[in-house]
Design a protein around this ligand. Structure first.
Ligand code: DGJ
Length: 718
């Protein structure tokens, strides 16, 4: 990335020190920018917190000095954040600072083009409680005619360090959030998603850059970045030489040119950043705290233990079947029952996945007394009730599509490309009438069932047909963005009307896990793959940016329906207990002994729920380390309680259990250990006491012998 011509080293020290510097401070971090009027604003420093006087040190050391929001057209030989075609056809932009202001937590750097009436506010919000800095821009067209935004990134971060490593996440259905760690070498690394709708299924919009070489969990300097956008995105990391790295993140720039009429503004999505000296774990904990404090819907409330009907009975729902499932989960101590796909459709009944999406009327053959009877049955058993919908979609075999073929995303001249069941289509949410319709689905369900507690909001298709009959010909390139702006309007209206509704985000599993969604949702379905062994990997990756309380993790049947693997019930529970615990099977398939075990596990989870859901996560041993083991632990805010999990998912003769070094404890405190249902005959830690220092430094030898052995140890300060 371009180093500004006005290099600090080239200036006399006093002049460099006199630069107009802005400090964006969180409790432990500082982002320092220079904002001299008439000049390009520049990132000078991002790291541990500086005192105001240290600005001089930053300049004297010739720190970063890199354009804070590079625009295309003048001296722009590197990657740019903004590219605009002005009203007269000129494609160059030259932004300079006109002023800056700080109001509360927000700092705004005001810029305008030197020659054109194009205004850009570069905004930073410093979060007091979490060390996360949010950045975004507001772009205003003050020209007399429309301008076209070709590229309009959310934010930029420049780093200077040789030997930095990148951590990022990639996957597909059933194997979401696969973690890749690699050195950052010269060139351009691009992380991009073009799905249109399900934009976290393959590449994810979150990255970490470890500045001290190979990424470590609990040590080293790490920067974390998450683009909070529900639609297509692009993250570029440009590395010049060995040590100049620039991250530019924003809405993808493929077929997303956006026209601003005179006077119109565009606010980009947010890029959230944090810096930690406690390794990747420190970055994760900052994002989790930020999420619970200010992003996730209802981020401070404990989540309920539920049974979802999907893997138990798939679409074969009926009053009788649902009541059996309700009896099952009630007996085990659960709190909520959710009826999944299959409950709707009149003219076309949802007996298979090729019909009825869009027809949100109860299938009266399966459920003659309708949803109110299911709600009542749940409540009669002391359970809350939830229901599945996929409101952004239609099947071509549906009454909705017959009535409104113009409501789906479609090319005007081409044959429709269809998704699931060879009939699935995406509704065009850029159209306000479609937005009203989607809002009405939730409104109607809630009005008919005032105590409806929970909705699972699914979404199982990509935007396969690019075209909108609502947008005019010259605005077709707005569809990728306007779909999502429309979806946000829908979700805002639903949240305004029904703030107490618990809503789960699902998208063929974890296909939409992005911070742009979280303000509207209480939790998300991590993956359709419920195999406990593979879940260790999926959950490990997901936990890098997303808090435990939001991660829906269900115990399912064995053999597992996705992989066929046979795994003991204890291991399945121990894996699911590191998130929001639920079940997704027929409890009646458990034998008496297993049922007894499940009852104990649910009761134990209730005890540790506040630690797991609201505490800090410390990842200890990665399943990616190829050792066949995995471990993590949770510590509550005042460090008085913790819970430790370890797993063995492979077994070879001669494999030795690693010594477990705990983390996050109070070194001066003494903790009493209690094991939950320990299957190991020796090395049992029941009732033993240790200092926090000993547990973290020396550790314990909690052996795991068999494949799928797992241990859960609870710690209480005494
Ligand atoms: C995909 C989801 O991920 C599953 O959990 C389930 O709800 C199905 N859709 C239902 O069609």
């Amino acid at each position: 990335m371009k180093t500004l011509l006005l290099s600090a080293l080239a200036l006399p020290l006093s002049q460099a020190a006199a630069a107009d510097d802005v400090f964006v401070n969180t409790p432990k971090t500082t982002l320092m920018l220079s904002v001299d009027k008439g000049q390009t604003p520049a990132i000078q420093y991002y790291g541990s917190r500086l005192s105001p006087g240290q600005g001089r040190e930053v300049h004297d050391a010739m720190s970063i000095n890199s354009d804070a929001y590079p625009a295309f057209g003048r001296d722009s030989f590197d990657e740019t954040a903004l590219s605009v075609t002005h009203a007269d056809g000129n494609m160059s932009t030259e932004l300079v600072v006109t002023g800056w202001r700080t109001e509360g937590e927000q700092t705004t750097i005001e810029m305008r083009d030197k020659k054109y009436d194009l205004f850009v506010d570069l905004c930073y919000k410093a979060n007091d409680r979490s060390d996360v800095i949010e950045t975004w821009t507001v772009i205003r067209n003050g020209e007399k005619k429309p301008v076209r935004l070709e590229q309009y990134a959310s934010g930029v971060m420049a780093l200077r360090q040789e030997g930095a490593w990148l951590t990022h996440f990639h996957g597909s259905w059933g194997q979401e959030a696969g973690m890749t760690e690699e050195p950052l070498t010269a060139g351009l690394k691009v992380i991009v998603n073009h799905d249109g709708v399900r934009t976290a299924m393959d590449d994810r919009a979150e990255v970490m850059v470890s500045l001290d070489g190979r990424p470590q969990e609990n040590s080293g300097r790490v920067v974390g970045a998450a683009l909070c956008w529900t639609g297509n995105y692009k993250l570029r990391i440009e590395t010049r030489g060995k040590y100049q790295h620039t991250l530019i993140a924003g809405i993808d720039d493929l077929h997303t040119a956006y026209t601003l009429k005179p006077g119109e503004t565009f606010t980009t999505p947010t890029l959230a950043l944090t810096y930690s000296e406690e390794g990747k774990g420190g970055v994760s904990r900052a994002f989790h705290r930020w999420g619970r404090e200010s992003q996730l819907h209802n981020g401070k409330a404990l989540r309920e233990i539920l049974l979802n009907s999907w893997e138990g009975v798939y679409m074969n729902v009926s009053q009788e079947v649902c009541e059996q499932l309700m009896d099952g989960i009630k007996d085990l101590g659960g709190e909520l029952f959710v009826v999944d796909d299959g409950w709707f459709g009149r003219k076309y009944r949802r007996t298979y996945d090729d019909k009825a999406l869009g027809d949100w009327m109860t299938d009266t053959v399966k459920l003659p007394k309708g949803i109110p009877a299911l709600v009542k049955a749940a409540e009669d058993r002391g359970l809350k009730f939830g229901i599945w919908i996929e409101p952004e979609m239609a099947n071509s075999t549906s009454e909705l599509f017959e009535a409104h073929p113009e409501w789906v995303v479609a090319h005007p001249t081409r044959e429709l490309s269809k998704g699931r069941g060879d009939t699935q289509l995406v509704l065009d949410l850029s159209n306000p009438k479609v937005q009203d319709y989607v809002v009405s689905i939730v409104d109607n369900l809630r009005k008919e069932n005032p105590t409806l507690h929970y909705i699972k909001w699914d979404c199982n298709m990509s935007m396969q047909n690019y075209g909108s009959s609502y947008l005019t010909a010259d605005r077709q390139s707005h569809l990728f963005v306007d779909y999502h702006l429309g979806l946000h309007k829908v979700l805002q209206r639903i949240r305004q009307a029904w703030p107490d509704l618990v809503i789960q985000l699902c998208s063929s599993g974890g296909g939409r896990v992005n911070w742009g969604f979280m303000p509207y949702f209480d939790e998300f379905w991590v993956s359709d793959n419920t195999d406990a062994q593979q879940r260790l990997f999926i959950q490990w990756g997901t936990s890098h940016f997303f808090p435990t309380m939001a991660m829906a993790q269900h115990v399912s049947a064995s053999p597992n329906h996705q992989t066929g693997r046979v795994i003991p019930l204890k291991f399945r529970f121990d894996v699911a207990m590191t998130g929001r615990l639920g079940m997704e099977m027929k409890p009646s398939d458990l034998n008496g002994e297993e049922r007894e075990y499940a009852r104990k596990a649910v009761a134990f989870y209730k005890e540790i729920r506040p630690i797991v859901q609201l505490g800090d996560l410390y990842r200890l041993l990665s399943p990616y380390d190829n050792k066949g083991f995995c471990s993590e632990m949770f510590v509550n805010e005042d460090k008085s309680e913790a819970v430790f999990f370890c797993y063995k998912f492979e077994n070879y003769i001669g494999m030795e259990t690693p010594r477990w070094h705990f983390a996050g404890l109070d070194p001066k405190a003494t903790y009493r250990l209690n094991e939950f249902e320990c299957a190991e005959s020796s090395h049992n830690f029941e009732g033993k006491t240790f200092s926090g220092k000993f547990l973290m430094e020396t550790g314990i030898d909690a052996t795991l012998r068999r494949q799928y052995a797992s241990r859960v140890i609870r710690l209480k300060r005494i």
